[in-house]
Design a protein around this ligand. Structure first.
Ligand code: ZN
Length: 377
């Protein structure tokens, strides 16, 4: 689902916000059900006005979902967890974190932040609805406010269901983790609860569909999605726990083969990329690490300009985000190398570059530590 293209909307508090194309489907579903069901309680409205109000209400609803994710993200960031982006997709919103929280307390605070925001929005909308209702405001405005407080309360309640990876499941995991001191066991139990809730939602929805309520097909899909996510998150926690046993230093390529920043791309292509085993090289100038050069960056420069272009002119210059300590564990680099991350990190010890670690080093370590892996022989 996240492989589908996404549309960048902008940044909130420095965090990129995007919508996955799958979200367009749910936007159309929500807006049309508002226009042709919910807001038809005002029969004296022209149709175009119903549609307009429905679209505005849907936008406000999805803005509330974004606020829910922003709330998770800000608490995560305050605790030192990097947030890559917030994405709206067909089943709601997700804040993509680069790391898992380090302690049960952090996880608890992060998980609670989203539903707390949804409840806060619900309370504000409820207050406005009540005040305006007493004042005898335009019924359509009251309808929009009523929709917003009810749906935000619904979002909070649904997300607090105690099945991982829903927020309530994360709260459950944090408590189990705190009680047992074992994050893997806590994840296994919380994910099992997630599967039970997912199957429960599917069963409930299918009975409803058989009884003629076809709107519940949606809930069945949500239940299916939850069971899939619960299984996936347990597997990734298992991998993460195994990688926690392995140090970055033990898997990196060392010493790092570095390229001088003042050589030309022509020399770079011949002496480094051609026949070399790396596709990325740290770049040094005067003994100092100044950047990273990827083969892709070289290829973007037209072939005939290679003899006249220096490596330092096309490299990625800002390497602050690419540094990792040699004594860190592989689980801490997993998130940074995954997804559309940089693909390689520069390993430093006591301020000096000592190696380079790539996504394939992590994958290899994962295979080596996998108790179920077997050799092809
Ligand atoms: Zn949430």
């Amino acid at each position: 689902m996240f492989d589908l293209p996404a549309l960048r909307l902008g940044r909130l508090f420095g965090i990129p916000v995007e919508v996955n194309v799958s979200w367009l489907l749910v936007f159309v579903l929500v807006a049309s059900s508002l226009a042709f069901n919910y807001f038809t309680v005002f029969p004296d409205q022209p149709l175009w006005l119903n549609i307009l109000i429905a679209v505005v209400s849907s936008v406000l609803f999805f803005a509330s979902v974004v606020m829910h994710e922003v709330s998770h993200s800000l608490v995560a960031r305050a605790g030192g967890t990097r947030v890559r982006k917030i994405t709206l997709f067909v089943f709601g919103g997700v804040a993509q974190m680069e790391d898992e929280p380090e302690s049960p307390g952090r996880e608890f605070a992060m998980a609670l932040a989203g539903p707390a925001m949804s409840v806060a929005i619900a309370i504000v909308c409820f207050g406005a609805w009540l005040a305006l209702a007493v004042a005898g405001a335009w019924p359509v405005l009251l309808g929009v406010l009523e929709y917003l407080w009810v749906i935000n309360l619904g979002v909070a309640v649904f997300n607090l269901l105690p099945g991982f990876p829903l927020d309530g499941g994360r709260l459950l995991r944090a408590v189990l983790w705190w009680l047992t001191g074992d994050i893997l066991k806590a994840t296994r139990w919380a994910a099992a609860a997630g599967r039970v809730i997912g199957y429960g939602l599917m069963a409930f929805a299918l009975v409803g569909v058989v009884l003629g309520n076809f709107g519940l097909i949606w809930l069945a899909l949500v239940g299916w999605f939850l069971t899939t996510m619960a299984e996936g998150s347990y597997r990734s926690q298992l991998a993460r726990s195994r990688l926690h046993e392995v140090s970055v230093a033990s898997q990196m390529s060392a010493p790092a083969v570095v390229a001088p920043g003042d050589i030309t791309l022509e020399t770079m292509a011949n002496d480094y990329f051609l026949g070399g085993r790396h596709s990325k090289y740290p770049v040094v100038l005067g003994g100092r690490l100044v950047g990273l050069l990827d083969m892709g960056e070289l290829k973007r420069v037209p072939r005939d300009r290679w003899p006249a272009t220096r490596v330092a002119d096309v490299m990625q210059g800002d390497v602050g985000d690419l540094l990792v300590g040699a004594d860190q564990h592989l689980d801490s680099v997993l998130g940074r190398l995954g997804g559309d991350g940089p693909g390689a990190l520069l390993v430093v010890a006591e301020g000096r570059l000592v190696g380079i670690i790539t996504k394939s080093d992590v994958v290899r370590a994962l295979h080596e530590t996998d108790p179920h892996a077997h050799s092809p022989a």
